[in-house]
Each structure stands twice: as C-alpha cells, then as structure tokens.
Design a protein around this ligand. Structure first.
Ligand code: B12
Ligand code: SF4
Length: 615
C-alpha cells in the first residue's frame, strides 16, 4: 500500500449476488481499490457479498463510519434492488456521503441517478476513471464544497451524473487500458478485509477437478484452487450478453505465469480456474499458455470458450498440459436461434466441440439458453435433438451436466431493448425500474420471471425445459442400458424429507451435499428426482406428468386467480395455435432492434444511447 495517504474517507463495497457467496473473487472492487491505493488514497473494502452481514449490520456500519465517499460495485444488473436499498439507507444515515456506482448495473444509469440516489456512475473499465473522479471529489471535500462543479465533471471520461438542470450527462467511455498494464489482483485485500477462504478453495468440492484421477496424485494433496483471468472482453457480441469491455485484450503470458506462481507460493494453490468471459479466441496466447503452464504443474479448467475456436489437437494439448474441463456457451441447437443470438457460430461448431471434448477426455457442462425471440416448438425440438446427441457422449448420466436457463433480458443488450420496444418492460423509468426489481436477486434458471418472447404461452415455455431434460436423460439411460433410480433412492430423496426432515438433513450432511450444490451451484443445475422417476418409469406418460407437476407448482405460486388467467392463456393459445411469426427470417436481434427502435430524441435518451447499444 502507498504510504502517502491523502484525501477523503472512502469505502468500496460489493452487493450480495446469489444466496451464498461464490468462489469468484470481487475482481472489480479489488481493481478499484488497488488503483486508488496506487494513486495515494486509502479506501477500505467492505465485502458485503463475501461477508454477508445482515442489512441492520450494514446500516450500523455506515452510521458509525460516515465515509466521505462510498463506491458500490454492482457486478450484475440483478443487484438493483439491493443497491437501491443500500444507497437510500446510506443517504439517510450518512447524508454527506457521495455515492459512486460501478459494474454492469451502471448500464441503467438514468434509473440509478433519478430513482436510486446514486450520485455518479462509472461506466466501463473503472481503474482510471475512479482515480480521476476521486481527485475531483477529494479537492471538493478538502475545501468543504457542497454540490458539484459540472464543468470539471464533464471533463472526466467514463462517468454519468445529473447536471444542474437535472439532465443526464454521460461523458463517453474512457480509453482502454493496455493489456500489459492490467493490475494484478492483490489477494491480501481478501485476506485482510474479506474471507480469503471463500476464494481459495478445495478442488475436491468441484466435480470438474474431482473427477480427474490426476487430482488425486499424492503431490497435489491439500492444494487449493484459485481463479485467474487471462483476457478481457470477447470477440463476439451476442444479442443477450452485456459487456463493458469493447474488443478483446489478452494478458501477456509471463504476467499470467507470474500470478499463478504467486498463488502457488502464498496460498498453496495447485489448481486454477481460468474464468474469462471468452477464453481461447487468441490462438497464439493459448499456445504460449499451454507451454508456459506445463512446468508449473497445476491442473486447470477453462471457461468461456467459443465452440468454433477448438479442434481435436488443441483439446488434446490442453488436456496434456493439465486441463481437466472446458466450458462452452453453446446456447442452442437451432441454427435459426443461433442467428437470432448473433452467436457467430453454427450448430456444426457446437456438435464438433461436444464430440471433440468427449474424445479428449475433458469434463464439461453443456449450457443452453431457452426462449429467445423466435423460439418455437420446432426450434425446441431441434435443440432437444442436438442435446440428446451431445449428452449421449458423456461418461455419466446427463442431469448434472445440463445447464438449461431461460433468457434474461438485461440492460445494455438487444434483448432488453427489444423487450422495451414491444411493451414487455415498458419505456418509462418507473416501468424499467419495476422490471429491474422483478429480476433482482434471481438467476437465469428461474422459470417464473423471464419475459416470454415466444409465440407460445408461458406455461408451455416453462414445460420445455422439463421435457428436454427428461428426453435427454431417458435417451442416455436407454442407450447405455442403465437402470434409473431405485426404490431406496426414491424413499431417501422424496419421502424421507417429508416424514423426517431431521433424518434427511443428517444424511444430506453425511453425504457432503453442499448448500451451493443443492441450489444449483454456478451452473443452475436442475437436480430433481422427478426427472429421473418420470424418465425411467413413466416416459410414455411424460406429457401429462410434466403438466401435472408444472400446474401444481404454478397454482401454489400464483394463487387461484393468477393461475386461472395463465391457464386460460394456455388454452387460448392451444386452440388458436401460435399467433404470429415475428422471426420469419431469423436474423440477428440486433438488426431487428436497429430497424424498429426509434432513434434517441431527448438529451436524456441521447445520454443513455451508448449504454443501450452495448459495446
Ligand atoms: C464473476 C461473475 C459472476 C459471479 C459474481 C461473483 C462476484 N463475487 O463478483 C456470479 C457467478 C455470482 C455471477 C452471477 C451472474 N452473472 Co455474472 N459474471 C461474472 C463475470 C464472469 C466476471 C465479473 C468480474 O469480476 N469481472 C472482472 C472485473 C475486473 O470487471 P468488473 O466487475 O466489470 O469491474 C470493472 C468495472 O465494471 C468497474 N467497476 C466495478 N465495480 C466498481 C466499483 C466502483 C466504485 C467503480 C468506480 C468502478 C467499478 O471497474 C472494474 C475494473 O475495470 C462477468 C463477466 C466479466 N468478465 O465481467 C459476468 C457478468 C457480470 N455476469 C452477468 C450475468 C448476466 C450474471 C447473472 C445475472 C447470470 C444469470 N442470468 O443468472 C448472474 C447473477 C444472478 C444470480 N442471482 O446469480 C453479466 C452481467 C450483465 C448485466 N448487465 O447484468 C456479465 C457481464 C456476463 C455477461 N457478459 O453477460 N456472475
Ligand atoms: S455470450 Fe459469450 S461469446 Fe457471446 S458475447 Fe458474451 S462472452 Fe462473447
């Protein structure tokens, strides 16, 4: 840390994401803290996500600390509800605190400024912007100046705020940081100000390491897993994906190696999760990395790989150099939907990646997104056929290898703009805020809050995932001649929790099923014995059984009146058939949005335009 401490009292905090903290370090907050420390400031880190204090404790904290500046890192837009509650509370208990917000939620800048009490949003990469903004704030705080100097604020790229007339201003994105200048994460921040054990974890808790016999080699005993990122950004621009980083930047390999060596030396790390948004699109980097990682003798997994970037030789070389798992975003088995997504990859790429990954003996979990505009019973059939073929390649029954999610329209994406335009979200700030509140704290596996973009009714769309899961499961079990769940399994998992919850809990603990795993873990896996029972014993009756299961769940959730109207919608659609086909040509949703969404007209709309367009 820099010794020449100056300036205001600063707190940087995270917001809770998911029911339990994940092992992904708060890299955004760490980068900002390190940049500010490098510039001579001394921010304190309050890792609300990692530490999970009650809201009352958070309130006590801010009442006591009275920071001059609070920087909230809101990594995902689903953090809106918590962020608003937090910002409102801080303004109440510590009125002098100026609140900055960074992270992907800043794509909703206008709502944050007007409705949530955020003073300044930092959009995009924040290291340089945070320092510039802090220099400005510290000058004002030192001189005890209230309000803002809007001329000075306008000169800071990368921020948004409301000006003296209450108009939204965005100063344009700050220039990108060259990859060789990326700040290496300083894990001592997590040691001192969070819980390092959340982020440096046991590889045996992860199936993607545990399954590989190399993990049990004696010299790896006791070694831990850590997360490392090798790139920023992505080469594609999928129409459902929001990113702050334009383009694709790769870290120099010697920096990556240095970081891994440090993690090995200081934290006894022997396993690495490369958790890039898009790993492997720069073949030269991958080739160099494969060679450089061998002498380090670590095992590793890679995430965010695009199917079109792999081939059998690459996968073999990855495996030989210590890789145990490769994760792709295949998203769909329908060529038409891949086009709507602007995935810039074909069904053939997906097929090849699945086959070659299995042949290379690498672990993977297939990830799909259902319900894009244009999704229909036919595209679902195509995806199911692809998925049956892909899951048949797996060395184990596929239930824990299928991550099937529903499209979640998030700010800064064509899907979100499309939803606004067709009236599914609404165009006023209040309507947009209502939507952000609806999706707060949920994940994409949630089948009750997605926007239905398809021509089919909500219940039918909900049933698609169940049907696909059962079809793939049964296809696999029959092809391999495997038995389904035994009566003992059914008793243990379905009947025991009802008749003796305590005994069930005891057995659950004994078998080391962790909470995160039960809640679906990182991949939102659907782990229900219902699938196995229907798929094994009642496959011919799956349609009525899936509907009975779904209707029971929805009746309980919605109550009689809302349930009745949803059921009526289903009957209407079933009788009349799909109403229209908005996607006759199945072109990229970005093109559709460009054609139908009016150009920004007011100053506020113009200021929001860069966020709405995405990068
Ligand atoms: C790790 C991660 C997670 C982790 C978060 C764990 C954690 N403790 O942070 C988990 C697994 C929980 C997660 C979940 C989800 N995620 Co996620 N996730 C990521 C991922 C891969 C990395 C985030 C990261 O650390 N990046 C690296 C840091 C350095 O970048 P950064 O956070 O953006 O920070 C920079 C700036 O934003 C800014 N900044 C950030 N904070 C601050 C604070 C201040 C004060 C300032 C000034 C600046 C600033 O400066 C930083 C340095 O440049 C990103 C993709 C990506 N590469 O960013 C997706 C991403 C953030 N996730 C995304 C999504 C969609 C989700 C889900 C909603 C998916 C889903 N539908 O289920 C869920 C959340 C819902 C839920 N209930 O689960 C989207 C967010 C889009 C959006 N507009 O919300 C992203 C961008 C992926 C994508 N491209 O679509 N995710
Ligand atoms: S979904 Fe994946 S491939 Fe598509 S733009 Fe996002 S990170 Fe890139």
């Amino acid at each position: 840390m820099n010794n020449a401490i100056r300036g205001p009292k600063i707190v940087i905090c995270t917001t809770p994401i998911r029911p339990v903290p994940t092992d992904y370090p708060p890299f955004g907050s760490m980068a900002i803290i390190q940049a500010l420390r490098g510039a001579g400031y001394d921010p304190v880190f309050y890792d609300i996500d990692g530490l999970r204090p009650t809201f009352e404790s958070v309130e006590e904290y801010f009442t006591r600390e009275q920071p001059d500046v609070l920087g909230i890192s809101a990594v995902v837009s689903t953090a809106y509800a918590y962020t608003k509650r937090l910002a409102r509370m801080v303004k109440r208990v510590s009125p002098k605190t100026r609140i900055i917000l960074g992270g992907n939620l800043a794509a909703s800048a206008e709502i944050l400024h007007r409705l949530a009490g955020i003073d300044y949003c930092v959009s995009g990469e924040g290291e340089v912007v945070a320092v510039n903004l802090m220099n400005y704030l510290s000058r004002r705080i030192e001189r005890a100046l209230g309000g803002d100097d809007f001329v000075a604020l306008r000169a800071i790229p990368g921020i948004s705020f409301l000006d003296a007339d209450g108009r939204l201003v965005f100063t344009g994105f700050e220039a990108k940081i060259p990859a060789e200048d990326f700040i290496e994460p300083d894990y001592t921040i997590l040691e001192k100000e969070s819980r390092i054990e959340n982020f440096i974890v046991d590889p045996l808790t992860r199936q993607d390491f545990a399954w590989d016999p190399r993990t049990s080699q004696p010299h790896r005993k006791g070694k831990k897993v850590a997360t490392v990122v090798t790139t920023k950004g992505c080469v594609a621009r999928c129409t459902f994906c929001h990113r702050w980083d334009k383009g694709y930047r790769t870290r120099p390999v010697d920096h990556i190696v240095r970081q891994i060596q440090h993690l090995k030396d200081r934290y006894n790390v022997g396993f690495i999760m490369f958790s890039d948004e898009n790993f492997g699109s720069d073949r030269q980097l991958v080739n160099e990395l494969i060679e450089a990682i061998k002498p380090l003798d670590v095992l590793y997994i890679v995430g965010g790989v695009r199917c079109r970037t792999v081939d059998p030789d690459l996968l073999k070389r990855l495996k030989d150099s210590g890789c145990t798992a490769v994760y792709y975003g295949m998203e769909s088995g329908s060529t038409r939907i891949l086009q709507v997504m602007e995935k810039n990859a074909t069904l053939e790429h997906n097929r090849n990646a699945a086959r070659w990954t299995a042949e290379a003996g690498l672990y993977t979990i297939y990830q799909l997104v259902l319900g894009m505009p244009g999704e229909s019973a036919e595209t679902i059939r195509e995806t199911t056929e692809f998925f049956k073929e892909a899951t048949a390649l797996l060395p184990e029954p596929p239930l824990m290898r299928m991550s099937i999610n529903f499209i979640q329209a998030l700010p800064g994406t064509p899907v979100y703009e499309y939803a606004r335009h067709i009236g599914e979200i609404g165009k006023t700030l209040a309507e947009e805020e209502k939507y952000l509140e609806l999706i707060s704290d949920i994940n994409a596996a949630d089948e009750t809050k997605f926007i239905n973009f398809t021509d089919w009714d909500y219940l039918t769309v909900q049933s698609w995932r169940r049907r696909m899961t059962i079809d793939c499961f049964t296809h696999y079990m029959r092809a391999k001649g495997l038995p389904g769940p035994s009566l003992k399994d059914i008793y243990r998992h379905l009947i025991l929790p009802r008749i003796s919850p305590k005994e069930y809990e005891r057995l659950r603990r004994e078998s080391q099923e962790t909470l995160g795993y039960e809640q679906g873990g990182y991949f939102n896996l659907q782990r229900s014995l219902h699938y196995e029972i229907i798929g094994t014993y009642f496959y011919a009756l799956r349609t009525p059984l899936i509907w009975a299961w779904l209707l029971k769940q929805e009746f309980k959730r919605l109550g009689p009146r809302r349930f009745a109207s949803r059921l009526a919608e289903t009957i209407r659609r079933r009788v009349a058939g799909p109403t229209h086909d908005a996607y006759a040509d199945y072109r990229s949703l970005r093109k559709v949005v460009d054609a139908i969404v009016p150009k920004p007209a007011t100053p506020d709309e113009m200021a929001m335009a860069p966020f709405r367009a995405g990068r």
